[in-house]
Design a protein around this ligand. Sequence first.
Ligand code: ADP
Ligand code: MG
Length: 728
Amino acid sequence: MSNQRFKAITSSHTRTEIVVEDSGRRSEYFGMNVFNEERMLQYLTKDAYDRVKAAVVSGVKIDRKVADQVAEGMKTWAISMGATHYTHWFQPLTGTTAEKHDAFFDFSPEGRVMEKFGGGQLVQQESDASSFPNGGIRNTFEARGYTAWDPTSPAFLYGTTLCIPTVFVAYTGEALDNKAPLLRALNAMDEAATAVAKFFDKNVTKVYATLGWEQEYFLIDKSLAFSRPDISLAGRTLVGQSAAKGQQLDDHYFGVIPNRVLNFMKDLEKECTKLGIPVKTRHNEVAPNQFELAPIFEETNLAVDHNLLLMDVMEKIADKHFFKVLFHEKPFRGINGSGKHNNWSLSTDTGVNLLSPGSTPMKNLQFLTFFVNTIKAVDNYEELLRSSIASAGNDHRLGANEAPPAILSIFIGEQLNEVLNELEGVTKGKLSPEEKTELKLNVVGKIPEILLDNTDRNRTSPFAFTGNKFEMRGVGSKSNCAKPMMVLNTIVAKQLMAFKKEVDQLVDKKGLKKDEAIFNVLREYIKTSKRIRFEGDGYSEIWENEAKSRGLSNNKNTPKALQVLTSKESLALFKSMNVMSEIEVRVRQEVELEEYILHIQIEGRVFNELAYSYIIPAAVEYQNKLIKNVVGLKEIYGAAHKKMSESQLDIVERISEHIRAIKIKTDAMVDERKKANNISDISKKAFAYCDNVRPYFDEIRYHCDKLEQLVGDEYWPLTKYRELLFIK
Ligand code: ADP
Ligand code: MG
């Protein structure tokens, strides 16, 4: 066996378990490392506390004096907890999070040593924007940008560093991160949804979008993971013959979690709890070594920050337990990939979930209003929503025969379909008293308070209503939820604004009663958004054809999916909702395309290395062994050796064929890569990588995997699927 593989396997087998004790009641230390309400009350003056609260709830600006007080409080708390540094924590357009640490330690003007951290440092920091991806439109941006405190997400202590969540903006004002546009979208949503919620309850003054993500991931033994260049560099296996046992038996799903993994999970949950991340469920997923972690849902901005923080914490804790976490959407062929379902809803400051049916016809009309408007919004902007989850990794799911499909459609279940069908028949204009009663009692009034049981049945749907929320299932396991959440909240906010306007007009100009007007507008929306509703099998070919005839988009790869971002409609949408300017959208499209290209480029390079430095040499070595055998047989048996050598020679020839194919295809792939690299238009370049480089990957892999089957196990240099995939 090759040295590298042998060492890795031995080391994985001799690991001693790190046992983690259960740590008592989590409520006792939940959020102990967060500068939360409790801490603020303790460390801030009443006035400073009130002002921070006002900033969180209604976006009131915090002046410098108050910022100084908050900084002082934070510093005192953080240092009492052992902090030595602070950092502005932000979300650049690629990667997950970034930070630049500064020590509290400083000199006073008189030259004395002191611990310094004031309002200035809290509120704003300079950051060299040029080293972060900001698109090719560089000269329109100044090279420098700054990070600015986001008081809606509390500061937290991570290790010995005080982390302050921030937005990242260019000096010219453009957002250089994922958080700023998300905050703007959430703001737009608050305004639009509050106005509509007031139709039903005048006391509502704020609406929060809520997000509950479900993070899927793979855990691989660290030394096994690092024994493979593809996992180390590309985050996934580029070659590898399926293990004889995969997920056919379905015995991993909800099965017993292996001890080593359980210890990792306990450790992780402890750390998350301290950081105020409300993790709740843990279980095995369908594939071997695949797991999921889900929190209790939170306000969207905070939920996004918590997911990003979680991914970081996971990597660190995994490392301590000698694991590597794979967040890639498709680390192994032949078994399920990983996603990050985004459960989304809207909550009022009066404590009502706007997507939850209620106990009275009025509450149900409110539910239907938000429900139908969401459907309408997704129908209007399905292609844009699809673009928000595009990435090279996610192409393996959305673009291939894997859950969920690239076509966006909405599943709502039989009961709600019936309700919508009935509403479609509502009379235009004024309603007779009988019809109104009938509607309220027998249609709207009949929506059961709890829909959970009959709605969550269709696992093939990319956007499913699950009783009291929508579940967006196409989000990639690695991606930042800020992207889909920014788009989803923008399009629904836009839709709610249009709805409000239409209802007001019917009331003001046509003299309709408010509820009549609402029924009238909803009826039209139900009619015009029908094509997005689909209850059947989302993976079937029938649906693909049907969706095409309905005019729904089916963008199977990232370069194609990203095109719509800069369409006239998309640009107008983002601009009108004050979420992104044209240049901000263009920069994001460029950065995403650049990231796609880099991703495929790295995979191409790794393929080259695998082929030339690993697989071909191993195949040749084994081939030599066979040839030596044949030569030996000939020496001993003379002419009689022919029959005895037949099989060996057959294998020798087959090995040669595969080597030849690998070499030809790898060289051709490298040529295509060179051609693609000479293209200056970024979109064309991305398409070249997608259409001309990437297709070789499958072809090269085919021959590599055939060789894995032919070549003797002890000659094979790469750790095999069966060794990687079953944690003991
Ligand atoms: P499943 O695996 O069937 O999708 P889970 O229980 O794993 O279900 O996940 C449900 C997710 O939905 C959880 O993350 C939960 O926090 C979230 N969720 C529940 N209610 C809401 C809501 N109102 N808004 C957003 N997310 C929600
Ligand atoms: Mg789910």
